[in-house]
Design a protein around this ligand. Structure first.
Ligand code: ADP
Ligand code: MG
Length: 699
């Protein structure tokens, strides 16, 4: 069901309207009327005849016509009755401001479920309960007690915290920032973040979708929808609180390395959502996305009247990995022709401290024409002769004349630049308090542009032996075995095209030596026990054994020592394994997030993974591009490519391993977490080997 009635209702009833100052029912009435809403307003209150000069009705039924939107403010115990009345008169959109539902405990939760049941029966969409209300500037609908109607703008906002929304409204008012609409979603009994993001995506007055979320209901549906919407409109989210998965103890490397924020970070990366760290940053980003064209390329130009400010901005450009636009010969010549000789004709372009508006205007014009420049940041510090107001006007003029490239302003200071800042606010040129915040905004725009330009996602499917894996997993689950050890994990990996070292289990020293001879020396001995997850920790791995005697000794030593170290461990024997050629050890892993599904991990492997923590995560299923991106976002990548004369390893083969693993965990939701550690990789053209692996299951 569409949410249009919340944006553009022909009439509104306020159930629980009040004449008493300070009461929510009064504030909402006053806000609604003061904002200039053009539709009919029906106050509903048993005890009043008129409120704010409007006829008051004892209940919804007595109005005699159907209000398109009903705002409910009555105490929680009366809300069900109001809902029943809504069903009777046929209202399809209800905002429940009232608190005292799910947020107060079991009783409240039950009541909330009742409300939803009635709503479903009457095909009514409900926002709230326990919310601040809804504001839509286009229709001058202020159905909230959050504050005055803000200026019109093109950012649509949804917030899971009502109080935060009030703070946002206040900040926006002080800075003249506009909104298309604001939604307080409260307990999300019916309408949730996904419904609203979708509604804002459809809303013609909204160019930018912004929000504050504490939780996401259906993670998978949200990712899918957000990914679609991000192609049309940027989504800027502030998110607090991680997922539960990260918080609880995990037995795999991957599980323990996935922080509570990892799943959200993965989800944002996949869906092209731009994460904001604070309200200020969200405003910074929203302003630029709402008012400026997207940059066509990475080149940033800085125009300044102060060397110091220019350097601060340049440092930020460097730090955030943006590109410093190199001016064309023509640009340098044109600038040199009209600017004083002491000016800097290179990026950052310095027009000097005595620059008046005309010099800024000329330089901006030249810089905007340079094909290497994709975004311009104009900095200004108020020096003795600086004309902040006229300079801002000149910049606005140029922005109108040449509207293809984003222009951001950073007039530093306060009192002396106030005139200029005002000009920018009115003309919708984003103005920043610091060069750093402006550059961070340019970075957000550049990242978004890159995300939108990424190739279409094609997930490669490898031919595999699914039946084999199915039978191993089923066998474990039937016996309530939730861990698959090294040997069977490797069978699973082989079924998905991985190479693993040869080897078998020995229960006596002689048998171990026999197996070793057949495998050929050198060999590796590993303790074999379902209770030992990290074999090295208990002295359960011995590599590079070259003779029968060494194998026998190693066997005896393990059998003697390990039961002492871990007396409760059920030791089944020792795995004798061929020794792999040396190479780099990386880790490929997966941890399943309850909301967003399997998250793949790549990183520096071996027994030091937790110490080095050089890992990256991405949501499965992976495309080839994404797998490579995962590699490239670790420091290990530099080593893998080859560093200081050392030969590199087969990058493509690692990326393929990640994709195969991604296919495995996507096809088997019973796999909760897994590691291949180490995955030994060497020279291009050689096959990587899954030396150790473990799989954790869930039902
Ligand atoms: P765990 O992680 O349980 O301690 P592993 O099987 O991963 O045990 O072995 C620990 C380390 O020993 C590996 O990181 C690797 O460096 C080395 N190793 C283990 N098996 C082999 C093998 N077959 N060939 C070469 N090196 C090995
Ligand atoms: Mg290991």
């Amino acid at each position: 069901m569409s949410l249009r009635s919340f944006f553009n209702p022909r009439s509104v009833a306020v159930v629980g309207a009040s004449r008493q100052k300070g009461k929510v029912g009064y504030e909402i009435m006053v806000n609604l009327l003061a904002a200039g809403y053009a539709g009919k307003v029906f106050p509903v209150n048993r005890k009043a005849d008129t409120i704010e000069g409007l006829k008051c009705y004892p209940d919804l039924v007595s109005i005699g016509e159907t209000p398109e939107l009903v705002i409910v403010i009555v105490p929680a115990k009366f809300v069900l009755d109001v809902m029943e009345q809504c069903v009777k008169i046929g209202t399809k959109a209800v905002i429940i401001i009232t608190a005292g539902f799910k947020e107060v405990g079991t009783e409240g939760k039950k009541l909330e479920e009742e409300v939803v049941r009635v709503a479903r029966r009457g095909q009514i969409r409900v926002i709230g309960p326990n919310c601040l209300g809804v504001i839509v500037t286009a229709t001058k609908l202020n159905a909230s007690f959050g504050g005055d109607l803000p200026a019109a703008g093109s950012t649509g906002y949804l917030s899971q915290s009502g109080a935060l929304l009030a703070a946002i409204l206040d900040t926006a008012k002080a800075n003249g920032i506009g909104f298309s609409s604001l939604f307080s979603i409260g307990n999300k009994a019916d309408v949730d973040e996904l419904d609203l993001v979708e509604a804002l995506a459809e809303d013609p007055n909204t160019k930018v979708i912004a929000g504050y979320l504490e939780s996401i209901g259906d993670g998978n549906a949200f990712v899918r929808a957000a990914e679609q919407i991000s192609h049309e409109k940027p989504i800027l989210l502030m998110k607090s609180g991680g997922t539960a998965a990260g918080a609880k103890a995990a037995s795999s490397h991957t599980g323990s390395l996935a922080g509570s924020e990892t799943a959200y970070e993965c989800m944002f990366a996949r869906a092209g959502i731009i994460r904001c760290e604070s309200i200020t940053q969200q405003f910074d980003f929203a302003q630029a996305f709402a008012s400026q064209p997207l940059p066509k390329g990475p080149g940033v130009a800085i125009l300044t009247n102060a060397g110091g400010a220019g350097i601060m901005a340049a440092d930020a450009v460097e730090r955030l990995g943006l590109t410093f636009a190199k001016p064309s010969k023509e640009t340098i010549e044109k600038l040199a022709a009209k600017l004083p000789a002491a000016a800097n004709f290179q990026n950052p372009f310095d027009v000097l401290g005595d620059a008046l508006a005309d010099r800024y205007e000329y330089a901006l014009d030249v810089v905007l024409d340079d094909p290497n420049v994709d975004t311009v940041l104009v900095l200004l510090t108020p020096q003795a002769m600086t004309e902040a107001g006229p300079t801002a006007e000149a910049i606005v003029r140029k922005a109108r004349e040449k509207p293809d490239k984003p222009i951001l302003a950073c007039f530093m200071g306060a009192a002396k630049v106030a005139d200029g800042v005002k000009v920018f606010r009115e003309a919708h040129i984003p103005q920043y308090e610091s060069p750093e915040s402006a550059v961070a905004t340019i970075k957000a725009m550049a990242d978004y542009v890159r995300w939108r330009a990424r190739p279409e996602r094609v997930v490669k499917l490898f031919p595999v032996n699914r039946r084999k894996v199915e039978s191993i997993i089923e066998r474990h689950l039937r016996r309530d075995l939730m861990e698959i050890g090294e040997a069977e994990s490797k069978e699973i990996l082989e079924a998905y095209g991985f190479a693993t070292p040869k080897g078998s289990i020995a229960t006596t020293a002689d048998q171990a030596a026999n197996i070793a001879q057949q495998l050929d020396y050198p060999v590796v001995l590993k303790i074999w026990s379902p209770d030992i997850l990290h074999k090295s920790d208990v002295g359960g791995v011995k590599v590079g054994l070259k003779t029968d005697q060494e194998v026998r000794d190693a066997f005896d030593l393990m059998m003697y020592r390990i039961p002492k170290k871990q007396p409760d461990a059920d030791i089944l024997g020792v795995l004798v394994q061929e020794m792999c050629a040396s190479g780099r050890e990386v880790i490929l892993g997966m941890n399943r997030d309850p909301q967003f599904g399997p998250m793949m991990m790549f990183g520096m492997g071996g027994i030091m993974v937790e110490v080095l923590k050089d890992v990256s995560f991405y949501l499965a299923p992976l495309t080839g591009q994404e797998a490579k991106q995962m590699l490239m976002s670790t420091k290990t990548y530099q080593i893998l490519k080859g560093v200081r004369g050392q030969e590199g390893v087969d990058i493509e083969a690692i990326a393929e391993g990640l994709q195969r693993l991604s296919q495995l965990v996507t096809e088997f939701p019973q796999i909760k977490e897994m590691d291949i550690n180490p995955y030994v990789v060497s020279r291009p053209g050689t096959t990587p080997i899954a030396v150790d692996a473990r799989i954790g299951l869930e039902k």
